[in-house]
Ligand binder design. Structure first.
Ligand SMILES: [Zn+2]
Length: 413
């Protein structure tokens, strides 16, 4: 798409935003936003790149059409933030710190209420693989379109903003809509956003995050919702408002996306996710593979849950056991985020926490754990059992599979 075409697309938002609120979740609008954000011209929306800036302009134009209050610099919707990231994640041997500037994009719907909720999603992605196409070095140099990760969640923010601006009723709270950058490099955008919130932290009721909501399997309709343990009220609200989905619930407030930054600041969170797939973090994550109907159903579900919270002045924050809902407490931790939807043997990792045993042992996101010490690991339950057997300080060998190859790593709990 040439720049002119981009302008035309931005102008077409005007037409989009004149539609009625109930049409907000129509597939054609979700499609239009995902195809735009995941187009070749965005070059994979790498933080600090031209593609990221173009995507940011598109998001800001969308917020402006909706007359959201700008909360960025100079009366704009853009909130730039500086950060450093390590090049080590690109697979190189030496680690250099690179300084860059990312752009969060945020707009505020002021309903004159006491409390505010945050609805967010990251819009940055891996550019041409420079920013962590972790599993396949040969994909370096190809555009990583990031349609599911996370043009899907970003288009969800736009659709929800449109819905809440256009519907006839005023919600019982204000809403802050945020599109984060710097997520793929380590949740940098959301961390900075939480450090410099445009409203007082005590006045934030909760945060809803969407990261990869585009690959709902039409037959199983599995929807992973994390953060359920972070407020006393979430579980019953999720159940009461669910009509479409096979829910996979995870209590943990910490996960591999931006809701973690809010949870760690004492704010209840929910994160929506349709599960892993083989195109994850590859150039194969393209707009034609998105299940837009499924995405639309998720957005409607979110509005029902949000309506349900209007009966409660402010949700009660709870600290979660960051391991999954029915997990006993262990003396040790590895500091990994398991992929709850992985079915192909072993325990696939969605992420590892810095400075925890797994990271220190060299484990990475995308690794599949096959064995820990003497115990074979074929699923999350096996992994839990292994944790139950160990004490702090124990040393074990961990057998993993990375990019098809088996390796042994030394891990100390
Ligand atoms: Zn993501």
């Amino acid at each position: 798409m040439k720049f002119q075409a981009i302008l035309v697309t931005i102008i077409s938002i005007i037409c989009f935003h004149s539609v009625e609120a109930q049409e907000s979740f129509e597939v054609e609008y979700l499609k239009r936003d995902v195809y735009f954000l995941a187009s070749e011209e965005m070059e994979g929306r790498g933080t600090g790149t031209k593609g990221e800036a173009m995507a940011a302009d598109y998001l800001a134009a969308s917020f402006k059409m909706l007359s959201l209050t700008p909360v960025g610099v100079d009366n704009s919707y853009i909130m730039p933030f500086d950060f450093k990231y390590s090049t080590k994640m690109h697979g190189s041997e030496e680690s250099d710190l690179i300084s860059t500037t990312g752009k969060n994009v945020a707009g505020f719907l002021d309903n004159g209420a006491e409390y505010t909720i945050v609805i967010g999603a990251h819009y940055d992605h891996l550019a041409k693989g420079e920013f962590g196409s972790s599993r396949a070095p040969n994909l370096f140099g190809q555009i990583h379109f990031g349609a599911d990760d996370n043009a899907s969640g970003t288009s969800g923010v736009l659709a929800l903003a449109n819905y809440y601006v256009k519907n006839d009723k005023k919600e019982a709270f204000n809403i802050l809509f945020v599109c984060f950058s710097g997520e793929e490099l380590g949740l940098h955008g959301s961390k900075k956003f939480v450090e410099r919130l445009p409203v007082a932290k005590e006045k934030i009721n909760y945060m809803v995050n969407m990261d990869m909501i585009g690959r709902m399997k039409p037959d199983s309709k599995t929807l992973v919702v994390t953060g359920i343990g972070s407020a006393k009220e979430w579980d019953s609200l999720l159940i009461a408002n669910n009509k479409d989905f096979a829910l996979v619930k995870d209590s943990s407030g910490i996960g591999a996306s931006d809701h973690s930054s809010f949870y760690l600041a004492g704010i209840p969170v929910l994160n929506f996710f349709t599960g892993q797939h083989s195109d994850y973090h590859t150039p194969g994550d393209t707009p034609d593979k998105i299940n837009y109907e499924g995405q639309s159903d998720i957005l409607k579900y979110i509005t029902r849950i949000v309506s349900g919270t209007e009966q409660i002045a402010k949700l009660n924050y709870v600290q979660t056991v960051n391991k999954g809902s029915d997990t006993p407490r262990f003396k040790v931790t590895m500091g990994v985020m398991p992929d709850y939807t992985w079915q192909d043997g072993g325990l696939r990792l969605d992420g590892v926490t810095v400075d925890k045993p797994a990271a220190n042992a060299g484990l990475k996101a995308g690794d599949i754990v096959l064995q820990i010490g003497d115990s074979k690991v074929d699923n999350i339950q096996d992994y839990m059992k292994v944790l139950g057997k160990h004490e702090k300080g124990d040393k074990v060998k961990v057998k993993i599979k990375r990019e098809g190859k088996e390796m042994l790593l030394d891990l100390q709990f």
